[in-house]
Each structure stands twice: as C-alpha cells, then as structure tokens.
Design a protein around this ligand. Structure first.
Ligand code: SAH
Length: 240
C-alpha cells in the first residue's frame, strides 16, 4: 500500500475537528492523489501534532476532512536558529529545505555587506519549509523571516542566545561546541563573498559569538549550512 498522504493545513486540529480545504489542497488530494470520500490522510499544522483525518466531502474545488485520531504529538526541534545570507535562488531554496529537515526552529535570511542577493521571496521560502516538513514527517514548521540586515539583527540579539559564527577560525566546530551549554543557539553562515572585515571585527567582539571552523576547505554556503547544523545537532541537539 502506498504511504499515507501528509498535508499541512493552516487550521486548528483536534478530535472531531472538521477542516475545509483550499482549492489547491482539494486539487492535490482529489485530482492528483486520487483520494475519495472515506479515504484517510495525515494532517499537521505545526502546533497540534499529527492527525488522521477522513475525507467527508470531496469535489474538484473544495472538500472537508474530519480529524479522527492523534497519531503523533507535536515534536519541537531544538531551539536553534539558522541565520544565513541568501545566495542564488535554487541554493537558497536548498538551504531552507535542508534546515527544516535538520531541525531548525527558525530560519533568518540576512543581508550582509557581501550578500549576493538583497531580496528574497519570503512566502515562497516559507512554502518550501512547509513542503520539507510534509516530506520529512515533521510536525513542526520553522518560521522563515523576511530578510533583514545582519547589523540590525545583532543590535537586537537576545543576550542568552549563543551564536556559532562559521568563519575562518582556529578552533574546529565540534571542539568549540563541546565546551558550551545547550542554551538557545543560532548558526551564522555568510554569503559567497564571506564576511567583511568590519563584520568580522564586530562578530568576534560579541560575548555570545563563537567563531568556529568547518575544516580547511572553503565550503559553499549551502554545504556550510548543512555541515554546521550536522555538527551542532551531533554535539548539542536532539540526535543523541
Ligand atoms: N569567499 C569566502 C567563502 C565564503 S563560503 C571566504 O573566503 O570567506 C560561505 C560561508 O560558508 C562563509 O561565510 C562561512 O560562513 C561558511 N564557511 C564555508 N567554509 C567554511 C569553513 N571551512 N569554516 C567555517 N565556515 C565556512
């Protein structure tokens, strides 16, 4: 039997709760996946866990589902933000997708001095996070922020949140993290052009920032994002 269809909905989920579908969702379930009345699928909304839902009404343009059983409680990722400078479109999409799969709680695109692209389509990136969560079985969807300046983000930085600053550094990431607490964290990845000297100087002086190396080779920003999250998850996250 094919595995159950999983769908993200932007509505509350609870025992007996009915859920009305949007036109796109109805098209996907009934037109593409060929589900019919009485069929069962999985729903999640990022807050109420994962629910089995039965199709009670189905037409081309809409439909109604009814939640019948909680199949998985909400599982929050560790309190980890991924802060990164957007690169080319497909690579930025990749970063958002992988960050969601790897368990980021929030994704924050930033404009740095050497950022390749100062604009993003926040809605499209958020949709990528939803899709990644649908696909990886997650019950949580990280928020993707609109782009903001790195300097401004640092101006308002919560002082109890540690920052894994991925840059040229003498100390390897795993070694640096081992000495630190599981307190809230963020990972910072720069653009293709790296960080400017002004940015570096500022970041290195911040008490909560920890400059770390991801090895002797220069990684592309998308590779660096996945590598950094892997090390963080291994040492401080929910993998162990
Ligand atoms: N031309 C840039 C390289 C940027 S790579 C330079 O020479 O600095 C894009 C981003 O990935 C970097 O800003 C950094 O955050 C991260 N990164 C890539 N390779 C890394 C490494 N070996 N160690 C730490 N961070 C790395």
């Amino acid at each position: 039997m094919a595995s159950k269809v999983r769908l993200y909905v932007n509505q509350p989920l609870a025992q007996g709760q009915t859920v009305s579908l949007t036109k796109e969702q109805a098209h996907y379930l009934f037109g593409v996946m060929r589900l019919e009345i009485g069929g069962v699928l999985s729903l999640f909304n990022g807050q109420d866990g994962e629910w089995d839902a039965t199709i009670v009404q189905a037409s081309k343009k809409n439909g109604v589902l009814e939640c019948t059983a909680l199949t998985r409680p909400l599982q929050l990722p560790p309190d980890l933000w991924l802060v990164f400078a957007p690169i080319k479109k497909e690579r930025t999409d990749f970063i958002v997708e992988k960050a969601t799969e790897m368990g980021a709680a929030r994704i924050i695109p930033v404009q740095t001095e050497f950022t390749n692209s100062g604009r993003i389509n926040q809605e499209r990136l958020q949709a990528h996070a939803v899709e990644a969560a649908e696909q990886c079985g997650g019950t949580f969807v990280p928020q993707v922020d609109d782009i903001q300046r790195l300097g401004k983000l640092l101006d308002h930085w919560p002082q109890d949140r540690q920052l894994m600053f991925c840059d040229e550094a003498l100390v390897g990431a795993a070694q640096a993290l081992t000495k630190l607490d599981k307190a809230p964290w963020a990972i910072l990845i720069g653009p293709e052009g790296g960080f400017s000297e002004t940015e570096r100087t500022r970041l290195r002086a911040l008490p909560f920032a920890h400059p770390v190396s991801l090895g002797p080779r220069i990684l592309r920003a998308d590779t660096a994002a996945v590598a950094a999250m892997t090390v963080w998850q291994q040492v401080l996250g929910d993998w162990s």
